[in-house]
Design a protein. Structure first.
Length: 105
């Protein structure tokens, strides 16, 4: 079953984040078999305490194990260091039917 990694990020230095972490993480997502479903700034918080004006990223993986291979890889552990002190992130991983499967349900 496909898995989705959902990231909410409060970014303090957008330029440094995009040029450093964003570029490096994007290459690794592709290298590990993931694909981006959504990447965008300016989320509107409707409920809760985390996320107003935050950036949102959703990546799709063939399964939870593939996403965790990416997340736990030595390469990504190093890339995550690029966002220290410039972003606060909340990251979730969930298994769910693919978007197309859900629409055709």
């Amino acid at each position: 079953m496909p898995a989705y990694m959902i990231v909410t990020a409060k970014i303090n230095d957008r330029d440094a984040f995009i040029k450093g972490y964003g570029a490096a993480a994007g290459k690794l997502v592709a290298q590990f078999g993931g694909k981006y479903v959504l990447r965008g700034p300016g989320a509107q918080l409707l409920e809760g305490e985390f996320g107003d004006a935050a950036s949102m990223v959703i990546s799709e993986w063939t399964n939870k194990e593939a996403a965790l291979r990416f997340w736990n890889s030595e390469e990504y552990v190093e890339v995550k260091k690029l966002r220290q002190d410039i972003a606060d992130c909340q990251v979730l991983l969930i298994e769910a039917p693919s978007i197309l499967e859900a629409l055709n349900g």
